[in-house]
Design a protein around this ligand. Structure first.
Ligand code: FES
Length: 104
């Protein structure tokens, strides 16, 4: 699965993560150190905030109420905001493009 990640500095990275891990884990495993992911992926910190630039197949899982609440606390939320720990990598996400959100 190919995912393109743009860092806060505007540098693009092409990731090829294995299925099953989260997009947050994929970003951290690739060596990009901009996501604090303080809660380790249990949807309680919002420091894994990303903007979805392109979701070619509309296959992102729907947002849970918890994710929605956490994003609401972010000053940089947009209608393209997601928490990357809540997005499991699968073949359906091939071609996904995301940008790491600014730090709150
Ligand atoms: Fe904490 Fe995603 S890593 S909400």
């Amino acid at each position: 699965t190919a995912i393109t990640v743009t860092t806060r500095e505007g540098v693009e990275h092409e990731l090829r993560p294995q299925d099953g891990i989260s997009v947050m884990e994929a970003i951290r495993e690739s060596g990009i150190d901009e996501l604090l992911a303080l809660c380790g992926g249990c949807c309680s910190c919002a420091t894994c905030h990303v903007f979805v630039d392109r979701d070619p197949v509309g296959q992102l899982p729907p947002m849970s109420a918890d994710e929605d609440d956490l994003l609401e606390s972010s000053s940089s939320r947009t209608d393209r905001s997601r928490l990357s720990c809540q997005l499991p990598v699968s073949a359906a996400l091939d071609g996904l493009r995301i940008t790491i959100a600014p730090e709150d």
